[in-house]
Design a protein around this ligand. Structure first.
Ligand code: FES
Length: 116
């Protein structure tokens, strides 16, 4: 569930995202449907548009699985591109050298907001 607040759009509580895990969010419907996802490391969050720079596919096939087996890199489930969590840089795969598109978030009182 998301609500509007002065800090931005409330996405979730920090605890809704497992430490070392990720969570996706979708907005709009039909051809206007867009997604983002957040990856949590402790009290820090990295957020990106859920579209691979290779051909624009969502990075996840199912649920909130965005990381590789090591939990250290973001994995695109379609063709296996790997991205650094901290800056979204693609280190391996068909779009090596490209970047995920970041989204800006802020954590206030253990709640995560999407900022404009
Ligand atoms: S769509 Fe992500 S690597 Fe091809």
């Amino acid at each position: 569930m998301t609500t509007e607040g002065q800090a931005g759009l409330l996405l979730c509580d920090l605890e809704d995202i497992p430490d070392g895990g990720a969570k996706s969010f979708w907005f709009g419907t039909g051809s206007a449907r867009r997604g983002i996802f957040l990856v949590r490391h402790g009290a820090e969050i990295a957020g990106y548009v859920n579209a691979c720079p290779h051909i624009g596919m969502p990075l996840n096939f199912l649920g909130d699985r965005f990381l590789d087996r090591s939990g250290e890199l973001i994995l695109c489930a379609t063709h296996g591109a790997l991205f650094r969590i901290g800056d979204g840089f693609c280190v391996r795969g068909p779009c090596a050298g490209a970047n995920l598109t970041p989204v800006s978030t802020i954590i206030i009182d253990k709640r995560v907001f999407l900022t404009p």
